[in-house]
Design a binder for this molecule. Sequence first.
Ligand SMILES: [Zn+2]
Length: 171
Amino acid sequence: MIEPSIKEHILPWIDPEKVIIPTAIVLHWWEEPISKGDIEFLESLWAERQLASQFAVLTDGTIYRLTPHENSYGRHAKCANNSAIGIEIQGLGSEDLDNNPIQFNAVVSLTAYLKRKYEIEDEFRVEHEGDDEATHFYGITSHKNVDVYCSNANGKTDVHDEYLARVIEEV
Ligand SMILES: [Zn+2]
């Protein structure tokens, strides 16, 4: 198992004692223009609501771990937080992500590493849908795919299906 080069930028509000058993990987994009900034900007976006994904991948391919442990609990995808590691990909949307092979390769190497380490299945599936606390997710997927199973789903669009399919093909 090749561990990619990962920098740390630990968000101070994450409880180091609270960990999950990850069975899914959820891909996100930032929904913000790249020009607004990188990791410090992401932290400022999340500080008030104390949100967190476990990882972020910048446009230059730099990978950051944002939580004390790879499997720390983070609030990145509502009802999937108990089962999923989140990867936030810097970019406003599909156009930013589609035109960046360096960032794509970093996302693939991180996803492949996590998949092997935690023995995460390829196929996306959901157990106990209906009750948020009891819902459990498996596989490599996207925020938009898990959000529809959460109560108060709010129409997430990240990440687009083509990008997710390309990542799954490579890992
Ligand atoms: Zn998201």
